[in-house]
Ligand binder design. Structure first.
Ligand code: NAP
Length: 350
């Protein structure tokens, strides 16, 4: 066994307290490196991590001193190179470049991508696509939480070619992938974003842009624009109760679907009770409501990689890139809620 002096160490972002990132986060510079993997685990030398709004909730609200998550590492998405595999691993091999995201169990236990080396279940990652089709650093969001959420929201809505899909929050991490996947499937995409992001969302493939800042209230504009209830699906990636409550004014009566991934401060409890359980006779909205919660999986990341290979996803848009030492600034950028695509942290060179 290595003596403490020779034991390999890594750098990782952890916390000792809850609070805003600037108060809570600290860069641990001599954290013991994960031991050789057992079972179905692999060691990944992390190249890039990317940030998600959920991180801010964990940093602010989940105590780091709980016994099962002491010294937690943050960051749900990562990509990098496999440097060791457990004896049961069949999904990947040493030297392969992979990308993926943490599942609920890993998040709860405080295992995150903002570390130079991480030990994870091989089932959480997938081989990255050909790097000529998508740069490695762009896979970290596309195959991570944002891309997987977009993919699974689209699947749960059953989006088909020829349908008209409205993506609310089309310029964000989830929305920018949702626009591309819907377009790749052959749907007509209406992107809702601010005017400053109109060109960006159009460039991702949206057929029509609606500037939510220019048309207030947005729901009144949608009721005029889609007077004949032309919308088949609404994918809400920004979190709007009004958009759902007013949906009978523009969403198809037969087969129209509303799917959101935003649960708000109550973590979905209030919208679920209000929108899912309340009968129409008591003021409920006569359109199906689905609140989607991702459980990240490597097979979802694999499907995204496949979409990239087929040219259905052309970009993993990056809002900004930060060095590993500047994770706090990266989280502060995330907290503005204004990111166009993903905020990426460079953990090590590719
Ligand atoms: N349930 C799940 O499993 C799950 C998974 C992933 C994400 N989420 C949630 O989904 C939401 C989106 O995540 P994200 O990663 O895409 O966030 P994000 O990248 O931080 O979103 C930022 C984007 O949202 C746009 N935006 C802000 N307010 C808007 C509004 N009222 N209407 C339209 N666009 C607006 C901003 O554009 P402007 O600056 O132009 O306004 C910006 O481009 C978050 O609430 C997140 O917590 C849930």
């Amino acid at each position: 066994m290595a003596s403490p002096a020779t034991q390999p160490t890594i750098r990782a972002w952890t916390s000792k307290t809850t609070g805003p990132p600037r108060e809570a986060l600290t860069l641990q510079t001599a954290r013991p490196a994960p031991p050789p993997p057992t079972g179905n685990n692999i060691l990944i030398k992390v190249s890039y991590a990317s940030l998600n709004p959920a991180d801010l909730f964990f940093i602010r609200c989940l105590p780091p001193w709980l016994p099962f998550r002491s010294s937690p590492v943050y960051g749900l998405d990562l990509c990098g190179e496999v440097i060791a595999t457990g004896p049961a691993v069949t999904r990947t091999t040493v030297g392969e470049k992979v990308s993926g995201a943490m599942g609920l169990a890993e998040v709860t236990a405080g295992m995150g991508g903002l570390a130079e080396v991480i030990s994870v279940d091989a089932g959480l990652v997938a081989k990255i696509p050909d790097e000529t089709k998508l740069e490695m650093k762009k896979t970290v969001g596309a195959m991570g939480i944002a891309g997987q959420t977009a993919l699974m929201m689209i699947k749960s809505a059953g989006v088909r070619a020829g349908q008209t899909v409205l993506v609310n929050g089309a310029s964000g991490g989830v929305g920018s992938l949702a626009v591309q996947i819907c377009k790749g499937i052959g749907a007509r995409v209406v992107g809702v974003c601010s005017g400053r992001n109109g060109g960006f969302v159009k460039g991702l493939g949206a057929d029509e842009i609606i500037d939510y800042k220019a048309y207030q209230p947005l729901e009144d504009f949608l009721a005029t624009r889609f007077l004949h209830h032309e919308l088949d699906v609404i994918l809400d990636c920004a979190g709007s109760q009004e958009l759902y409550s007013n949906s009978p004014r523009y969403l198809k009566e037969q087969g129209g679907k509303f799917v959101t991934c935003v649960g708000g401060w109550s973590q979905g409890v209030i919208p679920f009770v209000r929108n899912k359980l309340r009968p129409v006779i008591l003021g409920g909205t006569p359109r199906p409501y689905h609140l989607f919660l991702l459980g990240a999986q490597g097979v979802f990341a694999e499907e995204i990689a496949d979409y990239v290979e087929k040219g259905m996803i052309k970009d993993g848009p990056i809002d900004s890139e930060f060095d590993f030492e500047h994770v706090v600034e990266a989280y502060e950028r995330l907290a503005t809620g204004r990111a166009r695509g993903k905020i990426v942290v460079k953990v090590a060179s590719d």
